[in-house]
Ligand binder design. Structure first.
Ligand code: ATP
Length: 323
């Protein structure tokens, strides 16, 4: 292994820069050459490669986003697109890849490394925390802290005006963000795709609150909940209780931005270093993660085919603490 290329792909997440820094600096430490690929797989297809050295990643650990940019590439889904990408890797004499992204990125990496034989190690970089094979993904901790900070502010105004706020957080298929920011902000109801929360349960919880003189409430809705998004849930509640003052807030992309938390910076540094050492040790086709505090490597196919379950203890906490 002489030359490694690193790229970020899919949705960006805070801490990706800290991870790029760790990959580049670990390469420098082991006397490996390093290239950054701009705009993920699309940049690989277009030949958008830049040489990276230690100073290329100075002063970036604290910034959100990704200096290498991220993209979604339709062309990479086709064998022709992947052939172009491979030709560019050969042209730059790359003999190992570090892919920072989510499950889609690893699906692409899995196919690509099987087709071409190029060793690839993946690093989980996504705010959703929905990847099997790691307890935490880079950006998740920052995203839930961003959401909690916003919900705290909403609670102040909800309380002043006796309002019910329906706050939508990211999570099309997974409720990790909703669950943890809901518990962290003391939300009355948390609606996630993994569990069924019926509208009747929501009505009952609100009524229980009113019975103990509670005049404002926060309902967190993951965007992929089976009852629909926050506006849909709000209109169902409004239909049942027309007297309530209901407001909807979609947190949206602010959850992806901002300075990464200390936790995410440390996680990104551990995983970046682990990925390069994994390649040096002959590993391929695996995602590096942290499970029970220890660095682990899990086959791409397992990461993308197995579903990470939501912690049942968290569900129990929510039910008990809203009494
Ligand atoms: P996030 O979880 O934040 O959305 P992601 O990595 O899952 O991140 P995707 O858009 O799903 O984001 O995937 C990133 C890119 O990976 C895609 O744009 C595509 O180029 C490539 N990719 C995904 N799935 C495949 C596949 N089955 N075959 C080839 N390439 C793929």
């Amino acid at each position: 292994m002489k030359r490694i290329a690193v790229f970020t792909s899919g949705g960006d997440s805070p801490g990706m820069n800290a991870c790029i820094r760790a990959v580049v600096r670990t390469c420098v430490y082991y006397n490996l050459e390093n290239f950054g690929i701009i705009r993920g797989y699309q940049g690989m297809i277009e030949g958008n490669f830049i040489p990276m050295k230690s100073s290329s990643v100075s002063n970036i650990i604290q910034y959100g986003g990704t200096i290498l940019k991220s993209a979604r590439s339709k062309e990479f889904f086709s064998p022709e697109g992947r052939k172009k990408a491979y030709r560019n890797l050969q042209h730059h004499e790359i003999d190992g890849l570090v892919a920072i992204g989510g499950d889609g990125t690893f699906r692409g990496a899995s196919i690509f490394s099987k087709e071409t034989g190029i060793p690839v190690i993946g690093i989980p970089g996504t705010i959703d925390n929905d990847l099997y094979g790691t307890d935490f993904t880079i950006g998740y901790d920052t995203a839930i802290n961003t959401a909690v900070e916003a919900i705290d502010k909403i609670r102040n105004t909800a309380d002043s005006h006796d309002r019910i706020f329906f706050v939508e957080v990211m999570g099309r298929d997974a409720g990790f963000i909703a669950m943890e920011c809901g518990i962290g902000s003391g939300a009355e109801v948390i609606m996630v795709p993994e569990t069924i929360t019926t509208m009747q349960e929501v009505f009952d919880i609100l009524k229980q609150g009113w019975n103990r003189q509670k005049t404002s409430s926060i309902i967190i809705v993951a965007e992929g909940d089976e009852e629909g998004n926050a506006s849909m849930v709000a209109s169902k509640v409004k239909e049942k209780f027309p007297h309530i003052d209901a407001r909807v807030l979609v947190l949206g992309h602010i959850q992806r931005g901002g300075s990464p938390s200390a936790y995410d910076r440390v996680l990104a540094s551990r995983l970046g270093l682990g990925a390069v050492e994994g390649l040096i040790n002959g590993m391929t086709h695996k995602m590096v993660g942290i499970v029970n505090g220890k660095l682990t490597f899990t086959e791409f196919d397992e990461c993308v085919s197995r579903k990470k379950e939501i912690n049942q203890e968290l569900l129990r906490i929510t039910e008990i603490l809203r009494v």
